[in-house]
Design a protein around this ligand. Structure first.
Ligand SMILES: NC(=O)c1ccc[n+]([C@@H]2O[C@H](COP(=O)([O-])OP(=O)(O)OC[C@H]3O[C@@H](n4cnc5c(N)ncnc54)[C@H](OP(=O)(O)O)[C@@H]3O)[C@@H](O)[C@H]2O)c1
Length: 338
């Protein structure tokens, strides 16, 4: 143990304490171009040394490949880690931009068995519905998820990209431990409905893409020019062309705050997300994704940056100025239904 271990936060009311920053593992197998598997495995180990105990995956990431990739790490550290995975989304291999969403009972039951097998575990610690199938009432979906808890296949339930109203309806059926939605200096739509509902119900907020998929670190400035052909970010309007150029200019005010703290731009973006726990009065456990040891060190160190009131004031106007939406089809996420 070193004194560089991060602080902890609860995952849902009465749930386990996890490191206040988790690790998003999606990019290790999916969406963000080629991966150095050896470095990714070393990143998982380094994260654990730093106190990261909550690891996020989904069955959709690489058609199960991400869950399979993580299985040996989980097997080596089963008692130290909280494993979060998700069901609901299939991406046909020959149509990588298409998403098939299912929330019905028979689908959930086959999905959970497949994830348990790929992860090679007896129980999933946190099981999320990844996306809403609007043809199925959320109460029905959560009813099936609650059966999985009673059967011992799953410990806690989570929902991704639900509205505040959907979260409230779901919570009447079974306690929801976590909502995972996009939340960052560039994406603040969940503050209107989802965050207040989560606070009221004792639900932990798990912000995904807290680094704006890397854009908020300055590691790329135009998806079409800087990223490889199949990279998912090339489908997202805000990271392309004129939008990307305008959005890159928004990093200047983050850079000013970063210089004052002797920190990187990405660290300030993460420190801002961590600070939202105090601002909104609920546990916030972001899951920045990285495949590199040096970056997990940098990202976890951001948990120790204390932003001042004047830093927060300087960062406040950014989100309203972002050009382009976070998804091409916003009905795919909660903001399109809120
Ligand atoms: N529920 C959902 O619908 C949903 C959607 C998207 C993502 N997620 C989950 O959330 C996790 C995180 O989101 P995300 O990966 O989309 O976005 P993110 O965490 O905002 O950014 C990840 C990107 O930033 C780069 N990066 C990370 N740390 C960096 C640093 N210190 N300096 C420079 N670049 C850095 C990573 O590259 P390297 O890997 O090369 O370091 C990667 O390209 C995912 O892994 C996934 O588990 C969930």
């Amino acid at each position: 143990m070193t004194d560089s271990r991060i602080a902890k936060a609860p995952l849902g009311t009465g749930g386990p304490e996890v490191g206040v920053q988790g690790l998003g593992c999606m990019g290790m197998s999916f969406a963000y171009g080629p991966t150095d598997a050896q470095e990714a495995r070393a990143t998982l180990e380094r994260a654990l040394e730093l106190g990261v105990t909550h690891y996020d995956t989904a069955d959709a990431y690489g058609q199960g490949e991400n869950e399979r990739f993580l299985a040996p790490f989980f097997a080596a550290h089963r008692d130290e880690v909280v494993i979060a995975t998700k069901f609901a989304m299939t991406i046909p291999p020959d149509e990588p931009t298409r998403r098939i969403i299912r929330n019905d009972g028979p689908y959930i039951r086959q999905a959970v068995e497949a994830s348990l097998k790929r992860l090679d575990v007896d129980v999933i610690d946190l099981y999320y519905m990844h996306r809403r199938d609007l043809d199925i009432p959320i109460e029905e979906t959560v009813g099936v998820m609650a059966e999985l808890v009673r059967e011992g296949k799953v410990k806690q339930l989570g929902l991704s990209e639900v509205t505040g109203g959907e979260l409230r309806a779901a919570h009447t059926v079974h306690p929801i431990a976590a909502v995972q939605s996009e939340w960052s200096l560039f994406s603040r739509d969940i503050e209107a409905g989802v965050v207040p509902a989560a606070r009221e119900l004792g639900v932990t907020l798990v912000p995904y893409s807290p680094l704006g998929r890397g854009f908020l670190t300055g590691s790329f400035t135009d998806a079409d020019k800087d990223l490889t052909a199949g990279d998912f970010r090339r489908q997202q309007p805000r990271y392309k062309g004129d939008n990307a150029a305008r959005n890159a200019a928004l990093l200047d005010s983050i850079r000013t705050v970063a210089e004052a703290h002797g920190a990187s731009v990405g660290q300030i973006a993460l420190a801002w997300v961590h600070r939202q726990a105090a601002v909104h009065g609920l546990p916030v456990v972001p899951i920045p994704g990285t495949r590199r040891r040096t970056r997990v060190e940098e990202n976890t160190a951001a948990t120790r940056i204390a932003l001042t009131a004047s830093d927060l004031a300087a960062l406040e106007p950014i989100a309203a100025k972002v050009a382009g939406t976070r998804y091409a089809d916003m009905t795919f996420v909660s903001a399109g239904r809120e």
